[in-house]
Design a protein around this ligand. Structure first.
Ligand code: NAD
Length: 488
């Protein structure tokens, strides 16, 4: 089966691949600005049908109780997708602008393989926990707590790592026994729609268990949040939209799970290998053109080594040019759209207005008159109160800030509305641990350590979100517990 649609990709509703009621919308390659195809444009009626199907599949079938069958379907999906890996990888580079090397990791193969981890959880989780005997009000009782899928999940996702984020939601939700309506971002509809096609044509998932709704209209996401048939809204996106989601969900007291923005700090201590740390910081921020919520975008270096650190980071960035993402060596591809490129360029302009110095980059790469590229950019001369140090830019832009020792570095790292991730470089274990403990974030790397894996809970403190994705904690987000007691 060829994945690439001849005309338009379709929606998956109640087990069937169907067109969108509002026709189609264009899918654009951000590296060339060419229209590469169309996606089905769902309207409110399609959303209504998808939620209805998910509700019926949850309420009227055995899906939520048959743990072994769910594990089988998830493994089947993983294997079917891996059978199409080459085509998916090429399409991900075309649609998302993802550098090719990332598609064998978090931009496709990694999260697909992670479905196996969630299948194992469906099979092996302790679904009933014996709490033993107790005597409430003097009466002997035996008690247990049962865990069950929480119901219909409305999954709303962004464009930057579409496969990773889609599977980090549908994997644990389905393993837990929920049914799902997945609504991807309008910029990357195929990543979700073509998974829907594989589900419909190559797996035994019952009708309605997974529904995929692509739409050019953000309102479809907003409508999903207020629909009383949805039990959990699992949202990844910007903090601004996350706040709207939480506000709208209050009307029905729907549980919200939020993975939002970040402005993570890369802390270099004075006993660290400065050049090694600075080149890692440069590599991090240009990867996928900085379009990662957990990317470290503030580089905090000892004040006495500020100039040396600027030189080392600038030199490292000079070797990391923005380029065609399908070329094997490319680390920094394009931004997803003209809107995002304009936004990033607006922040670089703002940095100059705030008194910052652009050490390298700051514009569009030479010779690239097509594609939404921005050069890897280093900004110096600002402190942490600058807007470019406080706000999420979501581009290949690094702000380098001096610190006056370990405590000051922790203070600066925490002086942010966000708390998603971070990195510390140093040699003294005690000092490193103090920093790890002091920074209020959901994940921390040490000396280049990579925490990303299926069994690692990921999520944010403060305005970076509520809840954890991946790992057992991510799976448990999709469960309800029911305590049961009977006289002993
Ligand atoms: P966005 O908030 O604009 O959109 C995300 C999704 O929400 C899209 O599917 C969109 O259609 C939908 N949406 C828009 N308005 C809505 C509304 N009112 N109600 C419900 N849904 C609505 O984000 P984006 O620009 O697509 O993605 C970039 C942002 O995502 C960045 O801020 C980034 O940090 C964040 N992000 C966070 C994580 C994380 O795990 N913490 C991961 C990736 C991206």
């Amino acid at each position: 089966m060829a994945l690439r649609p001849e005309t338009s990709s379709e929606l998956l509703i109640d087990g069937k691949l169907v067109p969108g009621s509002r026709g189609t919308f264009d899918v654009v390659n951000p590296a060339t600005e060419e229209v590469i195809g169309q996606a089905a444009d769902a309207g409110a009626d399609d959303l209504d049908a998808a939620i209805g199907a998910a509700r019926r599949a949850f309420d009227e079938t055995d899906w939520s109780r048959d743990h072994a069958f769910r594990a089988k379907c998830l493994r089947q999906l993983r294997d079917a997708l891996l059978g199409h890996a080459e085509e998916f990888r090429a399409l991900t580079t075309e649609e998302v602008g993802a550098p090719a090397f990332l598609t064998s990791g978090p931009q496709f193969e990694g999260p697909v393989k992670d479905l196996g981890y969630f299948a194992d959880l469906a099979e092996n989780y302790e679904w009933t926990r014996d709490l033993g005997k107790a005597e409430p009000m003097g009466l002997p009782n035996v008690r247990e707590v049962r865990f069950e899928g929480a119901g219909v999940v409305g999954a709303i996702t962004p464009w930057n790592f579409p496969h990773q984020i889609n599977f980090a939601k549908i994997g644990p939700a389905l393993a837990a026994g929920c049914t799902v309506v997945l609504k991807p971002a309008p910029d990357t509809p195929w990543a979700a729609a073509l998974v829907g096609k594989v589900i419909a044509e190559e797996t035994d998932f019952p009708a309605g268990v997974v529904n995929v709704i692509t739409s050019s209209d953000h309102e479809i996401g907003a409508k999903m949040v207020t629909d009383p048939r949805v039990d959990i809204v699992s949202f990844t996106g910007s903090t601004a939209t996350g706040k709207k989601v939480m506000e709208s969900a209050a009307g029905t007291l729907t549980k919200v799970f939020l993975e939002l923005g970040g402005k993570s700090a890369f802390i270099v201590l004075d006993d660290a290998d400065l050049a090694g740390a600075c080149s890692m910081a440069a590599f991090n921020v240009v990867t996928h053109a900085g379009q990662g919520c957990a990317i470290t975008t503030r580089l905090l270096v000892p004040r006495e080594k500020y100039d040396e650190a600027i030189t080392a980071t600038r030199d490292a960035m000079a070797g990391l040019k923005a380029d065609d993402p399908s070329k094997p060596g490319t680390i920094c591809g394009p931004l997803i759209s003209a809107v995002q490129r304009d936004r990033v360029e607006g922040y670089i302009k703002l940095a100059r207005e705030e008194g910052g110095k652009v050490e390298i980059g700051g514009g569009r790469p030479e010779g690239k008159d097509k594609g939404f590229f921005v050069e890897p950019t280093l900004i110096s001369g600002l402190d942490n109160s600058a807007r470019v140090a406080q706000e999420e830019i979501f581009g290949p832009v690094l702000v380098i800030i001096p610190h006056d020792g370990d405590e000051d570095a922790i203070r600066i790292a925490n002086d942010s509305p966000y708390g998603l991730s971070g990195m510390v470089y140093g040699t003294d274990e005690e000092r490193i641990n103090k920093v790890v403990n002091g920074v209020r974030t959901g994940t921390m790397g040490v000396n280049g350590g990579i925490w990303y894996a299926a069994d690692v809970p990921f999520g944010g403190y403060k305005q970076s979100g509520i809840g954890r994705e991946m790992g057992v904690a991510g799976f448990e987000e999709y469960l309800e517990s029911k305590a049961v007691a009977r006289p002993a």
